[in-house]
Design a protein around this ligand. Structure first.
Ligand code: NAP
Ligand code: MG
Length: 470
């Protein structure tokens, strides 16, 4: 009986998802669905910032509840749109998006100022945190709903209004989210969605004089061009950019856990993760053993239809991305790396751009695949002789988003955690995220932190007030 009800619910969800996909969608502006965005569209931010924190919190929480009610539907939309395995969408990213909204709903009532004991005279001095204004949020295609929610949650809690531009490859879950925004009862214009290509829609948003702050997640190259445009009118920017994250496996690591952690670290979401652990450094004494186990692991992974619950890795997002990743595989072969697993496509998997989980050994620090972000299921595995060498090589990247360390030695763990140049360091773990833990990069991986209370700093200005008590 329970199973029959479950199957019936599944069928209804699939019908709703198919119905949503087959409809045509427009921009969501001022609470309406419109075919073009005119410069006159007003973002009625005043209503939102003047609403009580409690009322804002309630609306954000209501949106989270609606997302939870439609979790299966949102998960399927992301899976269909960009190839994310459905299990990951159902149990990972979509629940995380709901948690994130709830976490940020809580912050709406807790954004406080300070009183400052000034010595300049008889003054009462205090600060308030005020919303930065209209936020232009531009997001990539790899975690469509989650990336949108990371920005929306904090911006809304801070009292900002948002114009969100999803990536051209994967706008569906964000468009569905906009419908839920209406259903939750947000005032019109607080959340807006503009679809379109980056160089047109995205660039127009960045250049728009009404946009006070650009919150960008995407490639380092596009991030730099956005900063240049934003500089002209001193618009605020925050940047969540690319990565080439190192994962260090020490000789004393629990090898079984390290191997599965490192393989999840690279192959989760087809390697299309900004923090993918794409450079694995292994202590030389366990290098051969580790390589063998990594090869076995990669060969055993189930690659296929992302909607199949058994699938561990889906197709890469697009033909363009497929060609890029295959180009990197070719470069590794040409430059002399040895293939341990994968390296080829899976034409029999049906429609979609499938690449087998790929492990390369004998990679040197100068090879292209050890330097450039691939954003696909390809990993470079390299031996090291001592810890200092591993640290230096791990830090030799222009990026600094995340890093992993596998060791049973507490001194080694803390030493590396202190000295790795990365915004996040995982010890004996990889790809762990939480709404309360700050996220962002060092070096060319960007600046500003999403998640945690730190995210609120991106969406507020500090105002200092002096009151003369003489
Ligand atoms: P991308 O090419 O930089 O695009 C990101 C977004 O920017 C898309 O919405 C894109 O629009 C838009 N865009 C492109 N050109 C623009 C321009 N001139 N002005 C304004 N907007 C523009 O990145 P992607 O290929 O989607 O995503 C992969 C990258 O994102 C990787 O480098 C990855 O590391 C990074 N990423 C970082 C994080 C993090 O938290 N640090 C998280 C996820 C991804 P269209 O694509 O629609 O044209
Ligand atoms: Mg793009």
């Amino acid at each position: 009986m329970a199973e029959a009800i479950f199957l019936e619910q599944q069928l209804q969800t699939e019908t709703r998802v198919q119905g949503f996909i087959s409809r045509s969608h427009q921009h969501y502006i001022d609470g309406n669905w419109v075919s073009s965005v005119s410069g006159k569209s007003a973002f009625r931010g005043k209503d939102w910032r003047q609403m009580s924190p409690q009322a804002r919190s309630t609306l954000i929480w209501r949106l989270a509840d609606l997302m939870a009610d439609h979790l299966e539907e949102l998960a399927q939309l992301d899976s269909i749109d960009m190839g994310m395995p459905i299990r990951q969408a159902q149990y990972g990213t979509t629940p995380m998006a709901v948690d994130h909204m709830r976490y940020m709903a809580g912050w709406a009532t807790k954004i406080e100022g300070e009183t400052i004991p000034v010595s300049a005279g008889n003054f009462f001095n205090y600060t308030v945190r005020q919303p930065v204004g209209v936020v232009g949020a531009i997001i990539p295609w790899n975690f469509p709903l989650l990336m949108a929610v990371w920005k929306l949650g904090a911006a809304l809690a801070a009292g900002c209004t948002v114009v969100l531009k999803p990536a051209e490859q994967s706008p569906l879950s964000v468009l569905r989210l906009a419908e839920l925004v209406t259903e939750a009862g947000f005032p019109p214009g607080v959340v807006n969605v503009v679809t379109g290509y980056g160089p047109e829609a995205g660039a127009a948003l960045v250049a728009h004089p009404g946009v006070n702050k650009v919150s960008f997640t995407g490639s380092t190259e596009v991030g730099k061009s956005i900063m240049r445009t934003a500089a002209d009118r001193m618009a605020r920017v925050s940047m969540e950019l690319g990565g080439k994250s190192p994962n260090i496996i020490c000789a004393d690591a629990n090898l079984k856990r390290a191997i599965s952690g490192a393989m999840l670290g690279i192959f989760m979401n087809q390697g299309e993760v900004c923090s993918a652990g794409s450079r694995i450094y292994v202590a030389r004494e366990i290098y051969d053993q580790a390589l063998e186990q990594m090869g076995d692991y990669a060969n055993r992974m189930r690659v296929g239809n992302p909607l199949d619950p058994k699938t561990q890795m889906g197709p890469v997002v697009s033909e363009e991305q497929y060609q890029r990743v295959l180009g990197y595989i070719d470069s590794a072969r040409r430059e002399g790396a040895s293939l341990v697993a994968g390296g080829e496509t899976l034409p029999e998997a049906g429609s979609g751009f499938y690449i087998k989980p790929t492990v390369f050994a004998n990679v040197t620090d100068t090879m292209t695949i050890s330097r450039e972000e691939i954003f696909g299921p390809v990993v470079a595995v390299m031996p090291f002789d001592d810890l200092e060498e591993a640290l230096e090589r791990a830090n030799s990247s222009e990026y600094g988003l995340a890093a992993g360390v596998w060791t049973e030695n507490v001194r080694t763990a803390h030493y590396l955690a202190q000295n790795l140049e990365a915004g996040t360091v995982w010890i004996n773990a990889y790809h762990i995220y939480d709404a309360a833990a700050p996220w962002g990069g060092f070096k060319q991986s960007g600046f500003g932190r999403e998640m945690g209370h730190h995210a609120l700093e991106l969406y507020t200005e500090i105002k200092d007030v002096w009151i003369n008590l003489q």
